[in-house]
Design a protein around this ligand. Structure first.
Ligand SMILES: [Zn+2]
Ligand SMILES: [Zn+2]
Length: 492
């Protein structure tokens, strides 16, 4: 929902407490030394000198961004959850949490440069332009910033009373499905593969996430957002070689990202167990096998050349391998090529992921695969609906029947907050057993912001799982142990 500044000024925004809103304004970073900021003010008015801080709590709001942003000198459009503050010691009335910039990404040109911002002196003299109460505010938040930089996970409002997950010894936390760091090539052909990365290792470290399945997407250029931003659809046929080339670019980008972030790529269970506890790791994954263009030998090439170890058969395009949940069936499930790809994955040591596939596709994949299957990101449907990405209990049971794992995702269309998501994990565990449930955040893959937007939230999710009734050991299984079992069985 788009809201304007008069709604903030009048206090009408009180009724939007807890809701996801869109709002535009001027970014005022409070840390002038930072190249990127995840805490700043958003102001109704353009700052006069780039450093002047507004004093009226009704003309600006506090922002906690989901991921650090570069300082912006142009108007910034943000989407986040609005929080009404009561008796805030700094006097602020509203806070926007888990805020993300709304596409299209802002061009990097600035009306005033960072150098000019610093040179103005205003940035360094924030408290000087903000008398009285505001001076105390700035100091208080300077402390907060330091605490956050000491790699403390983000605190939730309930954290004083919420149970704390103590990871059992040897536990590795694993996200079964992630596009973290903004690994996907932009849909915008001008930005394309030059889309700037955003930090990935730091939020993983802050939240205690050890390993992610870092998924490239290879149908981006032929899919688009449809149905009033509710879903993606394929809108044209790719040219011969186009999606193979896109795959090469995307794999290359994934490797650039992990190098930049000093994240270690793990290619087997031994390296996962060795490096997982030491720092942040990635398993190279692909969402959709569109880059194969139906050529099974390209699975071998991706395994060898790009270190692919987790392959999702289909995505938003009915490809050569089979049918998808969001379009009418064409093949009656998994195709013969799909069968060969599953067999090749089994032989080489690649985890087979059937997310986005139809129930018929999943059944044939389960009959074909000699290894456990993964369905990396979905949730149980409360009622069946056409073209839904959610799954029925029977669909989930087919995965569990292979010994596999279903990753529960944090879609805000399915769950209103992390507690509802934890209840969704519980419902899934009630259907298939706790050994067959995992976490698939689909980080940076949603159209609308999900309820889990940063790895910093992992302690809060673990706490919500404990509150939902899982034991400490069960939370360990859900947050990584179950996927590790499948990875070991599939990859070796
Ligand atoms: Zn997906
Ligand atoms: Zn995804």
């Amino acid at each position: 929902m788009q809201i304007d500044w008069p709604t903030i000024r009048s206090g009408d925004a009180d009724r939007l407490h807890g809701m996801t809103i869109d709002i535009s304004g001027w970014m005022i970073p409070l840390d002038p030394q930072a190249d990127t900021v995840d805490y700043f003010l958003l102001s109704a008015d353009e700052p006069c000198c780039g450093g002047c801080v507004p004093r009226n709590p009704l003309t600006s709001i506090e922002v906690h961004a989901a991921a650090p942003l570069e300082p912006q000198a142009e108007v910034l459009a943000l989407r986040g959850r609005l929080v009404r503050l009561i008796d805030d010691p700094a006097g602020w009335r509203y806070r926007l949490v888990d805020a993300v910039p709304i596409d299209p990404p802002r061009a990097p040109q600035r009306r005033f440069s960072r150098r000019a911002f610093l040179a103005s002196g205003a940035a360094l003299g924030l408290t000087a332009c903000a008398p009285g109460r505001f001076a105390g505010y700035t100091e208080a938040h300077a402390e907060t910033t330091q605490t956050t930089q000491a790699a403390q996970p983000a605190q939730s409002a309930q954290s004083e009373t919420a149970p704390v997950w103590q990871a059992p010894p040897g536990t590795l936390t694993i996200d079964m499905h992630s596009h973290g760091g903004r690994v996907i090539v932009s849909r915008n052909p001008v930005i394309g593969a030059n889309r700037p990365f955003i930090p990935l290792a730091a939020p993983m470290r802050a939240g205690g996430m050890n390993v992610i399945c870092l998924a490239i997407v290879t149908d981006t250029t032929v899919t688009r957002v449809a149905d009033n931003r509710k879903r993606f659809e394929a809108w044209r046929e790719p040219q011969s070689g186009e999606l193979y080339a896109l795959g090469q670019t995307e794999f290359q980008r994934a490797h650039q990202l992990v190098e930049r972030e000093q994240i270690r790529v793990v290619t087997n269970t031994a390296s996962l167990m060795e490096f997982g506890p030491q720092g942040q790791c990635a398993i190279i994954a692909a969402e959709g096998s569109d880059f194969l263009e139906g050529q099974v030998d390209r699975v071998d090439e991706a395994y060898t050349k790009h270190q692919l170890r987790h392959l999702q058969l289909t995505h938003y395009r009915v490809n050569e391998l089979g049918d998808i949940q969001t379009e009418p069936p064409v093949h009656g499930g998994l195709t013969d090529v799909g069968v060969q790809v599953v067999q090749r994955c089994n032989a080489l040591g690649i985890v087979v992921d059937v997310a986005h596939g139809t129930y018929d596709l999943v059944k044939r994949a389960a009959d074909t695969s000699t290894k456990p299957l993964v369905l990396s990101h979905s949730a149980l449907a409360t009622h069946p609906s056409a073209r839904s990405r959610l799954i029925t209990p029977d669909h989930a049971r087919v995965i569990a029947g292979t010994g596999g794992v279903i990753g529960v995702w944090p879609s805000s269309g399915t769950f209103r907050d992390l507690h509802a998501m934890a209840e969704g994990v519980k419902r899934m565990a009630d259907v298939v057993g706790v050994d067959h449930v995992g976490l698939g955040t689909d980080m940076l893959g949603f159209i609308s912001p999900p309820v889990f937007t940063s790895y910093k939230q992992l302690p809060d999710l673990a706490s919500a799982l404990l509150l939902a009734g899982f034991s400490q050991a069960e939370v360990g299984a859900i947050l990584g142990g179950n996927y590790l079992r499948v990875f070991q069985a599939s990859v070796g």
